[in-house]
Design a protein. Structure first.
Length: 522
């Protein structure tokens, strides 16, 4: 049994060697060639002085170089630090500084963004003492950076020399996830956790050798990275990265590359089903779908089965602190189960629904979802206090999510991360957004909530109170926010109020604001 990502890569090269392992435009690599490319990258990483346990960051969209760089870093014994492509300079700088990443792989020109300039152009980006090298994988390299080709070439051949032994208990990655208290925290997971979870995940889904997997979910997220290309390596499925979700591009890619596996948020499938020229494309190879991150209507599941060719449609629930997976539906579950729940615990993992005192609540009653098992993170990177708040003495991870469990063990998520809302599949945390908006010179108080949106699932609405003597212009606040935070975090609407509704303890009554936001966004 393979227990590390480098071992998974070696097994894939041996077991599926001549099959297409990675397809990205004109780049077509067999599994054996992918291992060779990764090993060359690994030797370059080692030659750059990166030792086992050091951190290597990637700030780029889904491209073949992302896979090669990530696997190279892993084979060199480094821990991977993925950065959200929607980040602005200060957000990226925070993660780089907190993680102590020594090398950053990035791109220039993606969606018009110059990531190097964004990083260097902010105060936070000029204070990164650990960052030694910036490698530009695509786009023009600038002063003080190097191209991916030159970096890899410096590493020499794919063979020769010794790469470090990577063990199952070594750290595979630090994935930063925003908490409800504001600043992102680095979730530490090991190779064993990553491989075992996604061996299980891919088996339950039914991913198999010869499948062709269009990975639309971003690689910086557990779904795109671990349930994406790591799962492909485990099962011998072809990795087909897609940098940006565009329904026309996806339809063309499904037809041209004979895609069989297409996971994503419900909006992805709704966009395909409602595309006016869908019938022009041959989508008959589509077989597997895994969705979640937002409510999944029963009608959507029925349409996916009847109007498309999906044989298996599953929903799942997970969080980064649990290596991305906690519960999953199973093949053969009724549409109502898939629509109304996120399935039941994966094998060797316990899930309970508890009250504030930690006692199990009756079946069908809401409570906090707690998880215990091999998938629970090692902790938050260099944050023992936050780790102790998240994982209790009994080893139970307190997710902060509210759910209801039925008699069959299926869990329905009723409140996501207390206040968290999901914008087009991206988790948006009000506390983090509020902290940034309070930097606006005219804002004294702010509360952010999610409101339903037909296209994105949910969008943010900010209720703000002006500082004494100041005037708040809603459009100005939105424009100001766009310069400082990822687009999915930027409130769609800003409402200026005289005061925020409070309870007797002085806490903001966000349920009132949610009701008001839902009304104003109709």
């Amino acid at each position: 049994m393979t227990t590390t990502i480098p071992a998974v890569l070696d097994h894939a090269a041996t077991a599926f060697g001549d099959r297409e392992g990675l397809v990205d435009g004109e780049v077509r690599l067999t599994f054996a060639q992918l291992r060779d490319h990764a090993h060359r990258a690994a030797r370059a990483v080692a030659r750059a002085g990166i030792a086992k346990g050091d951190r290597v960051a990637i700030w780029a969209p889904n491209i073949n170089e992302w896979v090669v760089a990530a696997l190279g870093a892993s084979c060199a014994g480094a821990a991977l630090v993925p950065l959200n492509t929607r980040f602005k300079g200060p957000e990226a700088a925070y993660v780089l500084r907190k993680s102590g990443a020594r090398v950053l792989f990035t791109v220039n020109g993606f969606l018009g963004n110059d990531y190097v300039s964004m990083l260097r152009g902010c105060d936070e980006g000029r204070d990164l003492p650990a960052l030694e090298r910036i490698v530009v994988m695509r786009g023009d390299d600038v002063d003080g950076t190097e191209t991916f080709t030159s970096f890899v070439d410096a590493g020499g051949a794919a063979t020769g020399g010794t790469l470090p032994d990577v063990g199952p208990d070594d750290v595979s990655d630090l994935i930063f996830t925003s908490g409800t208290t504001g600043r992102p925290k680095g979730v530490v997971t090991t190779h064993h956790q990553t491989v075992k979870v996604f061996e299980t995940w891919s088996e339950i889904v039914g991913l198999r050798e010869g499948d062709r997997y269009l990975i639309v979910n971003p690689f910086f997220h557990t779904f795109g990275y671990k349930a994406g290309f790591v799962a492909c390596l485990i099962r011998g499925a072809t990795i087909v990265p897609e940098a940006v979700f565009d329904v026309d591009a996806v339809l063309r890619k499904v037809e041209a590359e004979r895609i069989s596996m297409l996971p994503g948020p419900p909006t992805l499938y709704q966009s395909i089903l409602n595309h006016p020229e869908r019938e022009k494309y041959d989508l008959s190879t589509l077989r597997l779908a895994v969705t979640g991150a937002a409510p999944v209507p029963v009608e959507l599941i029925r349409r996916m089965r009847e109007e498309l060719t999906f044989e298996t449609i599953l929903t799942a629930y997970g969080l980064t602190e649990a290596t991305g997976t906690v519960t999953m539906c199973r093949q053969g579950d009724a549409p109502e189960v898939i629509s109304n729940s996120s399935g039941r615990a994966i094998p060797d993992v316990e899930v309970r629904i508890v009250d504030d005192a930690g006692n199990d609540v009756p079946t069908g009653e809401p409570g906090e979802i707690v998880v215990r098992g091999y998938n629970v993170m090692q902790g938050y990177f260099e944050d023992a206090d936050a780790t102790a708040r998240a994982i209790d003495a009994g080893g139970w991870l307190h997710t902060g999510d509210i759910g209801v469990m039925d008699a069959g063990g299926n869990v329905d998520i009723t409140d996501r991360k207390k206040d968290m809302f999901i914008v087009g599949g991206f988790n948006a945390y009000p506390a983090e957004i509020e902290g940034e908006l309070l930097r606006h010179p005219a804002i004294a108080q702010v509360a952010v909530v999610g409101a339903p949106d037909e296209r994105m699932g949910e969008v943010g609405v900010a209720f703000v109170v002006a500082r004494a003597g100041a005037t708040v212009d809603a459009d100005d606040v939105i424009a100001w926010a766009r310069e400082r935070m990822a687009n999915y975090k930027v409130p769609r609407r800003v409402e200026v109020v005289d005061a925020l509704p409070l309870n007797a303890s002085g806490k903001v009554l966000k349920f009132e604001l949610r009701e008001r936001a839902a009304t104003t966004m109709r």
